[in-house]
Design a protein around this ligand. Structure first.
Ligand code: FCA
Length: 326
């Protein structure tokens, strides 16, 4: 009996260092494909807020390519993180992400861009939070239609510039939603001009739009959109370069972060007419919290959560952002 008690005491003492380790703050990674983009900066900011509220440490890493992404996951494991949120540089890296996470025993959840397998099918055991791309795209199209109508533009005379990034399913959904809304209202399918961009930033959209404008000089008026604010803004800047100003051009983005706000606060309105405001707060705060609760309390996040958006223009921007707690 005495021996047993002594053994138990010895065991308890041995266990102490582990107990101390467990008291160290839990680490959660947040990996994003384009750290310089205001949307991702906002997501990080709200994820930091979650870390503060819930008492974990957030490890933020930019992953512009597959190699950096794999290194970041290994790095998280080496730091003894328990899980991570990811917006991968290429959704086709899904299998590699899943494998690396499993190997290191890390919980993983995707944000914004849903990871797919080799056949292009979403990976079912990686929970996801993204926007309802097609619906939000339709809102873009409807916003453009309402303003075209207000300006008395003839639908069949307007060129429709779709800044496209079709290798990313959510990007295709978003822009096709806009196209479908325009077509349903009577815009001829032949007026839709695709401008494929190489990356999802403003510069790539600018280059893509320039080529499209050159090839389609017959249109004197344009509407434009893409997967995000940067895509719409690239089109606006390319149009300006050719003398197509806000009286002959309308663009609506998706996002509502600083890229859009910069345009709205310019003294003279540009052709960047609006954006569908989505919530970096939900995407950052809720995903980081979900991974934390999954890893520490065994609470599995819902397989897919899709968030909605609302059209924001110069007029209602301050009010709307306040309403959404941004
Ligand atoms: C994608 C886009 C980002 C942002 C996000 C919600 O990841 O590349 O710009 O729109 O979805």
């Amino acid at each position: 009996m005495k021996m047993q008690r002594r053994a138990a005491l010895a065991l308890a003492l041995l266990a102490t260092p582990f107990a101390l380790q467990a008291a160290e703050p839990v680490k959660i990674g947040f990996l994003v494909k384009q750290a310089e983009e205001p949307w991702f900066q906002d997501e990080w900011r709200y994820a930091e807020q979650a870390a503060k509220d819930k008492g974990f440490t957030l490890v933020k890493i930019g992953i512009p390519n597959g190699e950096k992404m794999m290194a970041a996951i290994d790095n998280l494991a080496a730091q003894k993180a328990v899980g991570f949120v990811i917006c991968a540089p290429d959704v086709k890296l899904g299998v590699a992400v899943n494998r690396a996470a499993k190997r290191h025993n890390l919980k993983v959840m995707s944000v914004d861009d849903q990871l797919v397998d080799g056949a292009g099918k979403p990976i079912a055991d990686i929970p996801h939070m993204g926007i309802s791309g097609y619906e939000i795209g339709k809102q873009v199209g409807q916003g453009l239609l309402a303003e075209m109508k207000a300006r008395g533009w003839k639908l069949d005379e307007v060129g429709v510039l779709r800044v496209a990034f079709d290798q990313l399913p959510t990007a295709r959904d978003r822009t096709m939603g806009a196209v479908d809304a325009l077509k349903a209202a009577g815009v001829p399918a032949a007026n839709v001009v695709d401008a494929p961009q190489a990356k999802t930033d403003t510069e790539s959209a600018f280059n893509a739009a320039n080529i499209a404008f050159t090839k389609n000089a017959k249109f004197k008026r344009w509407v434009a959109f893409g997967l995000n604010d940067e895509a719409a803004l690239g089109a606006v800047r390319a149009a300006e370069g050719r003398g197509i100003k806000q009286d002959a051009m309308l663009a609506i983005g998706i996002g509502g972060s600083q890229t859009a706000l910069n345009e709205f606060t310019k003294p003279t309105p540009t052709a960047f007419y609006g954006t569908v405001l989505i919530s970096p707060k939900r995407h950052g705060y809720e995903t980081a919290t979900a991974v934390f609760e999954w890893a520490t309390a065994g609470k599995t996040p819902p397989p897919v959560t899709l968030t909605s958006g609302i059209l924001m223009t110069r007029q209602n921007q301050a009010e709307l952002r306040k309403q959404m707690g941004l």
